[in-house]
Ligand binder design. Structure first.
Ligand SMILES: CC(C)(COP(=O)(O)OP(=O)(O)OC[C@H]1O[C@@H](n2cnc3c(N)ncnc32)[C@H](O)[C@@H]1OP(=O)(O)O)[C@@H](O)C(=O)NCCC(=O)NCCS
Length: 148
């Protein structure tokens, strides 16, 4: 099945919520996604295999800073370059807005995501102690940045 990359719309909201809830312990609310879909400073992108949403990215740009807010790929579609395509498109969007650097926070336990960010050129710039809820109580957030 050929994958298609395109901006997400309100019609994608049910699939987006379902995938986000499947992937994250603290998923976004429908309102949070709706705001991202409706607001100019956000970018919401999806990768589709036929009609099925298999990956998504939500990011923002405020002044000269970008933020990667959420990225996820269904377990069965991983290691096929889908997140890399989403990130490349986000970087292109940021560059058009003359954004100089992009930041993100990730759970310290998210080894796959940390490996992905590392190979994409991000460097760790900080740590927020006990920032996230976790099944074991709380866990740290790692802060990463990438200069564009
Ligand atoms: C992190 C995530 C989005 C990566 O998606 P993906 O589509 O599988 O990533 P890609 O295929 O584009 O990976 C590109 C490269 O990143 C690195 N990489 C990606 N996932 C990796 C993993 N689990 N372990 C080691 N390296 C990894 C590899 O270098 C990979 O290239 P390769 O497959 O040729 O070796 C996906 O694993 C995911 O959804 N995880 C759960 C949600 C999550 O933690 N999101 C981040 C929260 S901030």
């Amino acid at each position: 099945m050929v994958n298609e990359l395109r901006p997400l719309t309100g019609a994608d909201l049910p699939a987006l919520l379902q995938l986000d809830q499947q992937l994250f312990l603290e998923p976004w609310s429908a309102d949070a996604f709706q705001r991202a879909l409706d607001t100019e400073r956000y970018l919401a992108l999806g990768v589709f295999a036929g009609a099925r949403l298999v990956g998504y990215l939500v990011g923002s740009a405020v002044a000269d800073e970008g933020e990667l807010l959420q990225i996820g790929v269904t377990p069965e579609s991983r290691r096929q370059g889908i997140a890399a395509v989403l990130l490349a498109e986000f970087r292109r969007w940021l560059s058009q807005r003359r954004v100089a650097a992009v930041f993100l926070e990730v759970r310290a336990s998210a080894r796959g995501a940390i490996a992905f960010y590392g190979q994409a050129g991000f460097t760790q710039i900080g740590r927020r102690k006990d920032y996230y809820l976790s099944s074991a109580g709380r866990e740290d957030a790692l802060l990463f940045s990438l200069t564009l």
